[in-house]
Design a protein around this ligand. Structure first.
Ligand SMILES: Nc1ncnc2c1ncn2[C@@H]1O[C@H](COP(=O)(O)OP(=O)(O)OP(=O)(O)O)[C@@H](O)[C@H]1O
Length: 354
């Protein structure tokens, strides 16, 4: 499969501050990438660099075989064939829906414009709204106009910065699936920024996780959730909670007893280690000595959600936010005996959570 987008060794400094560092990324034609990461990690900056609004201090960007950024090249934003949809859509309030969509295809004849606009209005279920002004539309309809306007010039790459954050939660999934289908129909390659990992599952084929200007992992969302490559990835995606452990003779000892690790588990070089525990890995046992107590309780669709803290006074094994769901009613401070029920746990180095 040929790459539609290739980014290599991309670094960005803004006002003497390093914002992106040595980033590499490749997308095939038609890939939809969900870009996630903590606030301020550089997601919007990356979109702006790809779109051509920010000049990187170093690096290479190639779109569909054309170098748009290299040592000797910097192609201007309007010549990159990249469409961008901003969080607030940035639609023109003084223009109608049709006029907004026509904005990027002014070079076409009036007839060609009309055909293309009719086609997009039809695909985006906006046919009845072509002559309306933006303020006469709902948030979801405005979102569709923004998509239509961005798609009209047939960009090679579409960038969307938190496109769904202003949409009513009930409509969001429906709209995301509709737009995904549309992008697939056009075979458009797209990168969208979100704070919501569930949106990545609904909308994207791939997920990239950034932290502090670096790309930590890029893969299918399922693979990242199955095999996060660092504790930062697992922690940001809230894939479970953390059980500190001590590694002795290849075995993990925790405040809940010995924990089985899969055969051939690599032990990361670190002073301290921790195991990623999914709530379903924990079981209440009735005939054992208490090893934890209930620190916090909330009620959720999956039953009571408890945060458990360790009873052990061994400092390096202490935990206080082990997530556990149960239908059983427990009281705050109640002591419980908990067992780890899995032989397929992931082991990570333990660092301060940033
Ligand atoms: N023009 C600028 N000059 C200097 N620093 C900037 C500029 N634009 C962004 N930054 C800084 O770059 C860093 C990354 O910002 P960016 O907006 O790319 O992050 P983000 O991951 O999109 O954040 P959020 O999720 O909160 O939108 C932040 O520390 C921000 O303060």
């Amino acid at each position: 499969m040929t790459a539609l987008l290739t980014i290599n060794q991309l670094s960005v400094n803004l006002q003497d501050k390093s914002i992106l560092q040595d980033l590499q990324l490749t997308l095939a034609q038609g890939d939809i990438l969900g870009l996630v990461g903590p606030s301020g990690c550089g997601k919007t900056t990356l979109l702006n660099v790809i779109a051509g609004f920010i000049e990187p201090s170093m690096g290479f960007i190639n779109i569909d075989g054309v170098d748009i950024v290299s040592d000797s090249t910097f192609i201007a934003a309007e010549k990159r064939h990249v469409g961008m949809i901003f969080q607030d859509y940035a639609l023109f309030p003084h223009l109608t829906v049709r006029e907004n969509i026509a904005f990027g295809i002014a070079k076409l004849s009036a007839e060609q414009q009309a055909v293309q606009i009719d086609n997009l209005l039809n695909l985006l279920k906006l046919s009845e709204h072509g002559d309306k002004y933006i303020h006469q539309l709902s948030g979801g309809q405005q979102q569709r106009v923004a998509i239509a306007r961005a798609l009209a010039p047939q960009p090679k790459l579409l960038l969307l910065d938190e496109p769904f954050s202003n949409i009513d939660a009930r409509l969001r999934t429906e709209l995301m699936l509709e737009i995904r289908q549309l992008l697939k129909q056009f075979n458009t390659t797209a990168i969208f920024v979100t704070h919501n990992k569930d949106e990545v599952f609904t909308f994207a084929d791939k997920m990239a996780l950034m932290s502090q200007g670096k790309l930590l992992q890029l893969d299918s969302p399922a693979m990242i959730c199955q095999k996060p490559n660092s504790w930062q990835v697992a922690d940001f995606l809230q894939l479970g909670s953390w059980l500190p452990c001590r590694i002795l003779d290849g075995k993990a000892h925790s405040a809940l007893g010995e924990v089985a690790l899969p055969k051939n588990t690599e032990i990361p070089q670190a002073n301290h280690h921790q195991v990623l525990i999914k709530p379903q890995n924990l079981m209440l046992v009735s005939d054992a000595e208490a090893n934890a107590y209930v620190e916090h309780i909330s009620v959720t669709e999956q039953g009571y959600h408890y945060h458990l803290a360790s009873i052990s006074d061994e400092h390096d094994l202490h935990f206080d936010k082990l997530s556990f769901y149960s239908d059983q009613v427990l009281a705050i401070k109640q002591a419980v005996a908990i067992k780890v029920e899995s032989d397929n746990l992931l082991l990570f180095a333990k660092e301060d959570i940033v």
